[in-house]
Design a protein around this ligand. Structure first.
Ligand code: CO8
Length: 373
């Protein structure tokens, strides 16, 4: 079998960031407005008052301290609580394309690849800004890449599933080299009026170059030793937004048309499944857990990552063994584990091993075992 490598990664980070303090102040201003507006019903016991959010809760429950966003003003306006992202004319580059091009250019430069070296573009993300034409085709055109391009969605696991699709395309010879990008505008699908989830997500875009080892010329190459995907149906993370919404007016603008979850259940059900998948994969590859230098884990919740790494390693992981970026970026869905990989691998020596792993809605779990060449 051909050796396939990841030879470059790129990261686009929005310029604006929102701290927990800013987010909670906006949420609590909204709560005061809402409760004042419904004071009569609340006093009569016909409506429960909304409860304020808390910085301490957010940091303790999730490990998140801030998030990058495409538009801060709209999110922090208690009368709006939705980012302002203006529609653009069809002739203009769309916003997801713009962020993807920036991340892709960094990944291509790192891999030493030009547009003519790449045969396919995969856009793998939780939410596409439109159904068609595929975001991937617009991005392909913007970068001047020939060949084919398509979009795919496996929620938080989109990137690892995308890496496997890219690897398969290179293995079968349908592409020499694939660009896989993850534009995530999570704030567009986040209910900033929901106390349980308003703090969870941020915006970002990551990019990965996958190619045959014998064509790779970049300084940093990571051999894909194995890639394992798993899906298990669950309604505990769900978003019912879709093209059929207009066919039933009663559902329009209801909370289930944005991100909703049973966070506790997700935590309890997903962590053991992820740890078992990684452990079984390492056993199959005959890699003892102590040989793993790093786990670039999905960035949803700090305690989740501590639990998963503890189960895999059989002891507490050192911070550098399972690096955290969610404190600064929050949950960026599919991009989270790729951000961790992009930022925390400079100390890798040839032969060092790591696992890139994502998990989330579906449920979906993807784990890719990598070795530095
Ligand atoms: N401030 C103060 N108190 C709060 C707040 C708040 N903001 N929110 C809840 N509380 C209170 C609750 O009311 C509750 O009070 P009580 O005990 O009196 O009932 C108490 O705090 C505890 O609440 P929870 O049980 O909900 O709190 P947890 O400790 O479980 O923490 C978390 C909540 C952080 C959400 C945690 O459960 C978690 O992280 N779970 C895992 C979630 C996860 O990984 N989800 C993956 C989703 S991402 C994904 O798959 C991609 C989706 C696609 C992207 C979509 C883009 C938008």
């Amino acid at each position: 079998m051909q050796d396939i490598v990841i030879s470059g990664t790129g990261l686009y980070t929005p310029s604006e960031s929102v701290s927990n303090e800013e987010l909670v102040a906006a949420f609590n201003a909204y709560v005061e407005l809402h409760n004042a507006e419904h004071a009569t019903d609340i006093a009569a016991g016909d409506m429960a008052p909304l409860q304020p959010s808390s910085v301490e809760f957010i940091e303790k429950a999730s490990g998140i301290k801030s998030r990058y966003v495409m538009d801060k003003a709209g999110i922090l306006d208690p009368e709006r609580m939705v980012p302002h992202i203006a529609e653009r004319p069809n002739e203009e580059q769309s916003v997801m394309c713009e962020m993807a091009v920036a991340a892709a250019q960094e990944a291509m430069a790192q891999a030493g690849k030009s547009a003519t070296d790449i045969d396919a573009v995969i856009v793998a993300a939780s939410n596409m800004q439109r159904p068609y034409p595929a975001m991937a085709v617009e991005i392909q055109d913007a970068l001047g890449i020939e060949g084919f391009a398509f979009d795919m969605n496996v929620a938080c696991s989109s990137a690892t599933f995308g890496i496997q699709q890219a690897r398969d395309a290179v293995l079968t010879g349908s592409a020499r080299c694939v660009l896989m990008v993850n534009p995530e505008i999570c704030t567009g699908h986040l209910n900033f009026r929901d106390r349980d989830s308003h703090f969870i997500f941020g915006d970002v875009c990551t990019a990965v170059i996958v190619e045959r080892a014998d064509t790779a010329t970049g300084d940093e190459q990571y051999l894909i030793l194995d890639s394992k995907l798993q899906t298990i149906y669950s309604n505990n993370i769900r978003n019912n937004f879709g093209f059929l919404n207009r066919c039933d007016e009663t559902g329009i603008s209801q909370p289930d048309k944005l991100f909703v979850q049973e966070g506790r259940k997700v935590f309890k059900e997903v962590c053991p499944a992820v740890a078992s998948q990684i452990s079984a994969q390492l056993e199959k590859l005959d890699i003892a857990p102590e040989r793993l230098k790093r786990m670039w884990l999905h960035q949803a919740n700090l305690s989740m990552n501590q639990l998963i790494s503890r189960r895999v390693l059989g002891r507490e992981a050192l911070p550098e063994e399972a690096p955290t970026i969610l404190d600064e970026y929050a949950n960026t869905s599919s991009a989270g584990s790729v951000i961790a990989f992009h930022k925390y691998r400079q100390d890798f020596e040839p032969g060092d091993l790591g696992v890139l792993c994502s998990f989330g809605a579906g449920y979906s779990i993807g784990s890719v075992v990598l070795q530095k060449r």
